[in-house]
Design a protein around this ligand. Structure first.
Ligand SMILES: Nc1nc2c(ncn2[C@@H]2O[C@H](COP(=O)(O)OP(=O)(O)OP(=O)(O)O)[C@@H](O)[C@H]2O)c(=O)[nH]1
Ligand SMILES: [Mg+2]
Length: 267
């Protein structure tokens, strides 16, 4: 018996949400990867449906990290600033292509003294680096956030997003100016760029749907690769077991003798 309530109707994803700007996108495909769609149809997504993927939200003090998460998870906005101490967590459950998928959102503190908590063990997660669209310095500081985040983590295992907040506060002219720099920077970082407003809610849902979808896709592809490697392992083991010139130690199952290596390699 499942103890979890069903996934909310407004957390069901059946199409790949599109990127915000083609100038800085993690992918510009119209649809989910074919292999991912097939795996979901055939219910071959392994452990993905039981996993909780981590999403770490970092960035300077008061850029709007907590408000962004609260707008999406609770559909509220608080204009009073209360600094986050350490780290807070929110869970969001989705259903992507019919498969349950959970994100754990880490709302970290922008204060320098909490930086080590924010960036602890983030490999294999999505990282959202937030800046304030009305504060150029906060955009510049995102380079440092990235550098610190990648010091102890493998950059190839991390999906990166660069998000400008408080879009409602910037004039169109001011926005255009900062957007050019943000897209350039996101492209250099290999991050996907988004601009949002927690106050009005503009792009907030679209953004988190995109994060959930790309994280899901990466997880399914990793799972398929793992099961592919397992299958190759099985074929090799069977080949060795059946080969007349190779004997296997009965105790430890290691190959004991290959009588003709050249033939083994070429056959
Ligand atoms: N107008 C406007 N104000 C915002 C928006 N997002 C956040 N704010 C305001 O900015 C201030 C800081 O927001 P927080 O979300 O608490 O910032 P934070 O990044 O979590 O800050 P730390 O927890 O200290 O790192 C608050 O007063 C919010 O009301 C937005 O989209 N529009
Ligand atoms: Mg906060």
């Amino acid at each position: 018996m499942s103890i979890l309530p069903p996934v909310r109707k407004d957390r069901i994803i059946s199409q790949l949400p599109q990127c915000f700007s083609k100038g800085a996108a993690l992918n510009t495909e119209d649809e989910f990867h074919g292999k991912v769609k097939t795996a979901c149809q055939q219910q071959r997504t392994g452990t993905v449906g039981f996993k909780i993927s981590k999403v770490i939200v970092v960035g300077d003090l008061a850029v709007g990290k907590t408000c962004l998460i609260n707008r999406f998870c609770k559909d509220v906005f608080d204009k009073n600033y209360k600094a986050t101490i350490g780290v807070d967590f929110e869970m969001e459950r989705f259903e992507v292509l019919g498969v349950p998928f959970s994100l754990q959102l880490w709302d970290t503190a922008g204060q320098e003294r909490f930086k080590c908590i924010a960036l602890y063990n983030i490999s294999r997660s999505a990282v959202i680096i937030v800046f304030d669209l009305t504060d150029v310095a906060s955009l510049e500081h995102t380079r440092q956030w990235l550098e610190d985040a990648m010091k102890e983590n493998d950059p190839t295992s991390v999906l990166l997003f660069l998000v400008g907040t408080k879009k409602d506060l910037s004039s169109p002219a001011q926005y255009t100016l900062i957007e050019q720099d943000a897209i350039k920077l996101a492209d250099q970082m290999k991050a996907e760029y988004w601009a949002v407003s927690a106050l009005s809610g503009e792009n907030v849902r679209e953004f988190f749907f995109r994060v959930a979808s790309l994280t899901f896709e990466a997880n399914v592809l990793a799972e398929l690769e793992k099961s592919g490697a397992r299958r190759i392992g099985e074929v090799v083991r069977k080949y060795i077991k059946d080969h007349p010139k190779i004997s296997i130690c009965s105790k430890c199952t290691h190959v004991q003798a290959i009588q003709d290596v050249d033939e083994f390699v070429s056959s």
